[in-house]
Design a protein around this ligand. Structure first.
Ligand code: TMP
Length: 214
């Protein structure tokens, strides 16, 4: 039986997610609450090895979308079994920097894999473990201005990749919002472009409410 509280953070890369994860850990520890912090993919010996395969630059563009789906979920299954579920059973608060919504957003909305297939693999890998709260750090549409800016910074031979990457990230960004819209009760969507302090305060307020109703 799950007794603890499971909180996940989601959003595009480099939106300040890690800073807010750290802020929430400090907030909870200041209340003398026991927090277990993990990140995906990774956090167990096996999952970190899988992370190395997934994020190794040498493998960029070589891993098929289906392989990505299965590898992210292989890393996740090990993490849930080894760390997340035992910590929740001990009554702890578990915070995960990314969880299965990243797979739905990146491999589903981003790479175009079937969302129903992703949902069933996600659920199989986690044993139907649904977060109590998911904080989505959201940014506005990634428009041509950013594209021009990025192209300005990169060499011309990178143009096609830069554009592909921008379009991919825009699909992921919109995908996250769609997931949050479909499961509005589970999500807190915060504006990642707001100040660090304001974002931290909104997250702390929501988590405190959740702790009171637990
Ligand atoms: P991060 O540790 O910097 O968040 O990097 C993890 C990268 O992996 C990030 O680009 C998002 C990506 N990712 C997926 O594509 N699918 C997933 O299921 C997860 C957990 C991460």
């Amino acid at each position: 039986m799950k007794k603890g509280l499971f909180i996940t953070f989601e959003g595009l890369d480099k939106v300040g997610k890690s800073t807010q994860v750290e802020n929430l850990v400090k907030h909870l520890e200041s209340k003398n609450l026991k927090v277990t912090l993990v990140r995906e993919p990774g956090s167990t010996e096996i999952s970190e090895k899988i992370r190395n395969i997934l994020l190794d630059k040498e493998n960029a563009g070589k891993i098929s979308p289906l392989t990505e789906l299965l590898l992210y979920n292989a890393a996740r299954a090990q993490l849930v079994d080894d760390i997340i579920r035992p910590a929740l059973e001990r009554g702890e608060i578990v915070i995960s920097d990314r969880f299965y919504d990243s797979t739905t957003a990146y491999q589903g909305y981003g790479r175009g894999l079937d969302i129903k297939l992703i949902h069933s693999v996600n659920m199989e890998a986690t044993g139907n473990l649904v977060p109590d709260l998911t904080i989505l750090m959201s940014v506005g549409p990634l428009n041509e201005t950013i594209n021009n800016h990025e192209r300005f910074q990169s060499s011309s031979s990178d143009d096609r990749l830069e554009r592909e990457s921008l379009e991919f990230r825009e699909r992921v960004r919109a995908g996250f919002l769609e997931i949050a819209r479909q499961e509005a009760d589970r999500f807190l969507v915060v504006d990642a472009e707001d100040t660090i302090e304001n974002v931290a305060a909104k997250i702390a307020e929501r988590v405190d409410q959740l702790l009171q109703t637990k």
